[in-house]
Design a protein. Sequence first.
Length: 317
Amino acid sequence: MDNVHYMPSPLERLADKLRGLLKKDATNRQEWIEIQMCKCLTLAEMREAIPGNIEFGRWCDENGFGNEVLKHQTRAAAVEMGCEPAALRACLEATQRRSLREIFRLEFQRFTSAGKTTRKKPGRRKTKVTQEMVDEVHNRLERGAPVREPQLMKMFHAGEKTIERAILQAHVEREMRQAPPLIEPLPPSQMAPTMQQRYETQLRAAEKKLRQELKEEITAEMSKVYDGYVRFQNTRVAKADRILASHKGVMSRAVFRQIKACLHPDHCTFAYAAEALRRFTELEDVLVKPDEPALSGERLPQTAAELMAWRKRYGRG
């Protein structure tokens, strides 16, 4: 599995692109214009992928583009201007302001068609960027051929904005291919407060789940060990009970107590001593190991001659 890499989604690629733009400082005015153009086009692309206002705002907060980094008014102005790249470029080249929000509020409408608002009309839908458009841009970039919007518009029968989004998506994918395959996670210190709170909540839930799984696993393993130990001990106890049940002993409890009483200093009398001596003497054969093994009969023959004589003696020959 070492050769399997995580491939970010187009929306994640746009987020990484915007993070890079926010960290980039312009060294001259032309570079500042290009940075602002890319910001607006990127935010417009993001806004198209997340059509709901609440969902888009929540997504920005969770990915580090909240009010601490980009005010929601600035995001809205950038999205509106990013929908008309030609008017945006003309406005940025003519303005002396640095705030996208102020540029949109005071100047941008003068560069749109007939000075009309750039807000979308009800029911208006954008033409979707197809993979064929993006692949064509990739091919032209690989060959070093110029990427001209009119040619692409005529080829795919698409509008200017759709082609511009296709070109932007192709550039983003091209940059992401050259980037490391893995994306560094966003540090908690750079998260928005709401995102950090959700992150900590999910982290605690994950830790709780991990502890519960570990506890269940340890309990299951200990149960196996405990069950095996209990079975082993039960087997030993049952075996010991059988041995004790079959043991008859060398003397009765009454005889044992009589001898014990005789040995006690308070009962050292002649009657107790005589009876205890008799009982103890009767148990000599059981308690004392004999000097020689006892034979229960005639010794068995040890040689063939003894065997033949033994058979002849008992009439078995």
